[in-house]
Structures are given as C-alpha cells and as structure tokens.
Design a protein around this ligand. Structure first.
Ligand code: C5P
Length: 285
C-alpha cells in the first residue's frame, strides 16, 4: 500500500516580530496562506525498522537532518507502529526560500504516517509533536489562511480565505538562514506591519485593503544583506504588481495581481533577471 500527500508552500502576507522571549525564540504575529505550488510525498511501509528517503532534489539531506525523518521518528516514538517507512519526495518548492517547503514536507509526513498506519491521531496531537521540529509546521498542518501567533504554534483560521488573486514568486540565487536572521535582528528597531488591519481586510474580502497592508518585519534586515531582494520588489511594482513583499525570512519575494495577464507580464519580465520564477494561485478558493 502507498499513501500520497501534497505539501503546499506557504506565503507570509504579514509577519510581525513582537519581542524576543526568555527562551531565545521570538513572539510572532503573522498572516499566512497556502499556495498552489507543492511538493509530493509518497509513503510506503517497509518490513525492516528503518526510515529511508529518496528525492529528486540534490540539495537535501536524507538522514536525521531532514524534517521528514524527524516527523516519522516523532510519530514512531509517540504511537509505536510496527516496521519502517520509505518516503519518496518529489521536490518542487524552492529550498531555503522563505516558502516553508521543509515545514510543509514535515506536515505532510505527519498526515501521511497517520493514514499509512491508520493511527487516528488528531491535528492538535500532531501539532504538539511538530513544534520542536519546526515552528511553521502547525500552520502547514491546517493549511487555511490563518492568523499565526506565539512561536508559530497558535493557528487561528480566518473567517474566509484570502481574496482570489495571482501570486508571482521570485527567488534570487542566495540562501538565507532563518536562525541567523533571528539571531541578528534588533527587535527594538524593527518596523511593525498592521497585522490586525491585514486580517480585517482579508476577512472583509477587501483585495485593495489587503494589498496596502502587506508587510514583513524581517524584510529590512534581509534586504540590507542581499540588496537583490529590494531590486526584485522594485521591479515587480514597476511592472504593475498590486503589492510586493518578502516571504518569511526571505529571500523569495511575492507579488499579488488581480489580473492573470499582469502576473504573466511580471513573471516574464523577471525571468531574465532570476531563474526561479513562478505564477501560482492561492489555495482554499
Ligand atoms: O521554524 P524553525 O523552527 O525552523 O525556525 C528556525 C529558527 O528560527 C529557530 O531555531 C529560531 O532560532 C528562530 N525562530 C525564532 N522565533 C520563532 C521562530 C523561529 O527565533 N518564533
């Protein structure tokens, strides 16, 4: 028997860093949505008590360093199912991009193992196991447009999905380390986007209002380190994007457009500049 799970990428429409907590993590307030760009994971049981991972991506570890491996170990420890698991990962989401690819793979693994071994574990129980592995996994387990607070573990779905539109993603060829960004920022000087206003605009299905309120506290730091991020954002706006913002700790920049033709125009105009360019829709529509 095999189980197939899709692992959609996430975008941050808003990301505010409130303060640094005594445990070293940062208290966050974010608005997140899932998009139609996904990895695909296939799970199979194997008789030997081992975890094996194969992938079409040359960039990823296939041992304990991989979130998929850690998610299987956590499920095994908590629910002690018989035998091992083989996972085949078809990677489409860019790696280390601010699009939550590793977290979404882990979330898909929790769901996949739950189904493969018929464990009947709830999303809440999987969320508890997920937090030590990655703070974006709780959102990925739910997948709906949501207000995400705490470290990332408090996921409150909004009363409606984000207004329909096209999303252009551009990832420059630089790698950003999330722990490094969090360790370098000065929380006292960060800008604070209006997360509550953004949430209300989305819940009111107000596309214009939403585009005016996109914002990311981490953008200034990553932009200062990698000026290409600002260049991409400026180009997107010059080519007609309704709004543009960096996702997560970067370096991917996302642009929103209500017209498909405009999204294609922006994507084509940026293709000569960056190799990784995608035009996608949001999910849950
Ligand atoms: O999401 P993930 O757990 O992979 O986060 C990577 C790193 O980012 C953490 O180890 C931590 O250093 C930092 N982080 C943080 N506050 C958060 C989330 C992540 O400081 N709320």
């Amino acid at each position: 028997m095999e189980i197939i799970e899709k692992a959609p990428a996430k975008i941050n429409l808003g990301l505010d860093v409130l303060y640094k907590r005594p445990d070293g993590y940062h208290e966050l307030e974010m608005v997140m949505a899932s998009i139609d760009l996904a990895d695909r994971l296939t799970f199979r049981k194997q008789p030997e008590d081992t975890i094996t991972i194969t992938t079409n991506s040359g960039f990823l570890p296939t041992d304990r360093k991989n979130n998929i491996f850690q998610a299987i170990e956590a499920m095994k420890e908590a629910y002690s199912f018989e035998g091992g698991v083989h996972v085949e990962l078809q990677k489409r989401i860019p790696v280390a991009a601010g699009l939550g690819g590793g977290s979404s793979d882990a979330a898909a693994t929790f769901r996949g193992i739950n189904r493969l071994f018929d464990l009947g574990v709830s999303t809440e129980e999987m969320t508890q196991l997920a937090i030590p592995i990655g703070t974006d996994i709780p959102f990925c387990l739910k997948g709906e447009t949501a207000l995400v607070t705490g470290l990332g573990e408090i996921v409150t779905p909004l009363s409606r999905p984000m207004p329909q539109c096209w999303v252009v993603l551009v990832k420059p060829k630089v790698s950003v380390s999330t722990p490094r960004v969090f360790s370098k920022i000065d929380v006292n000087t960060l800008p604070h986007p209006d997360i509550n206003g953004l949430k209300e605009a989305i819940e009111g299905n107000d596309y214009q209002g939403m585009t005016q309120l996109l914002g990311n506290s981490l953008e200034a730091y990553t932009t200062a380190k990698f000026p290409i991020v600002q260049l991409i954002k400026d180009k997107m706006l010059a080519f007609g994007a309704d709004a543009a913002v960096m996702s997560g700790s970067g370096p991917t920049v996302l642009a929103l457009c209500d017209k498909h033709s405009r999204a294609i125009h922006i994507a084509n105009s940026l293709k000569g500049f960056c190799q990784e360019v995608y035009v996608v829709r949001t999910l849950n529509q």
